[in-house]
Design a protein around this ligand. Structure first.
Ligand code: ADP
Ligand code: MG
Length: 237
């Protein structure tokens, strides 16, 4: 424990919460299935970044998390890799429809980046990823979603449009990620986020990532996360 505490301190990492899983040092420590390890190796990710070392075991244990770290620190893989494991752990996938993993991001560019990252790791397992954001034809998106997917990466406004059009439902969604929560609030998406969260079963796993934690984001986190572990990497304003 002392060793973990000193290691975290040396890297500017702060962690709070009850019964926090120990950080990992390598991707192999995560117990990932072999195809996933191969896909990681293909990305030339030699070792996990600081946020990944802390967040991966927490998220893999099924806990809710608040991850605060600056841009470029590798937050995407911290939620995408455990999401693949989460989806593979679901029994009888075919019985319901609609995504299991739902990721909200503030802009179409970010949603697209996450979509690409998710696809890299989902491919080997036949997990379907859909991207949903403005600027794309609503009809095309509707058709794609109707065909089914396990992961949807979306901007909040367009996701609500698609839910209203009954392109998808949230019945089997159990893994919700709010990425760049501070920016989503800056862009005025709080009502949309609350509406989306309200449609996903309360026993879901919820992950919130942000570069900063303004009071409004803090309040949302208190309302929608259960017993979260908070991981902060570096100096965060
Ligand atoms: P953030 O969401 O924190 O801004 P990203 O997840 O977008 O950061 O990652 C930033 C860059 O680092 C991306 O190009 C990503 O592919 C790369 N990356 C992520 N994890 C690792 C790793 N473990 N080793 C090397 N590069 C990584
Ligand atoms: Mg990011």
């Amino acid at each position: 424990e002392q060793e973990v505490a000193e290691y975290r301190k040396s890297l500017g990492i702060r962690v709070s919460g009850f019964d926090v899983p120990r950080p990992i040092k390598t991707f192999e420590d995560c117990g990932f299935p072999v195809e996933l390890l191969k896909a990681i190796a293909k990305q030339a990710y030699e070792k996990p970044t600081a946020i990944q070392c802390q967040a991966l075991p927490i998220v893999l244990s099924g806990r809710d998390i608040i991850g605060i770290a600056k841009t470029g620190s590798g937050k995407t893989a911290s939620f995408v890799l455990p999401m693949i494991v989460h989806i593979m752990d679901q029994p009888e996938l075919a019985k319901e429809e609609g995504p299991i993993g739902v990721i909200c991001a503030p802009t179409r560019e970010l949603a697209h980046q996450i979509y690409l990252e998710a696809k890299k790791f989902a491919k080997a397992y036949g997990i379907r990823v859909s991207a949903v954001y403005g600027g794309m034809s609503k009809l095309d998106q509707f058709k794609e979603l109707k065909a089914g997917c396990e992961i949807v990466v979306a901007t909040p406004g367009r996701l609500i449009d698609m839910i209203k059009m009954k392109a998808l439902n949230m019945l089997r969604a159990t893994y919700l990620v709010l990425d760049e929560a501070d920016r989503m609030f800056d862009l005025g998406f709080e009502p949309q986020i609350r509406s989306i969260v309200g449609q996903i079963r309360p026993d879901r796993q919820t992950l919130l990532f942000s570069a900063t934690m303004p009071r409004k984001v803090e309040k949302l986190a208190r309302e929608i996360l259960s017993d979260p572990v908070r991981v902060t990497v570096g100096e965060v304003g």
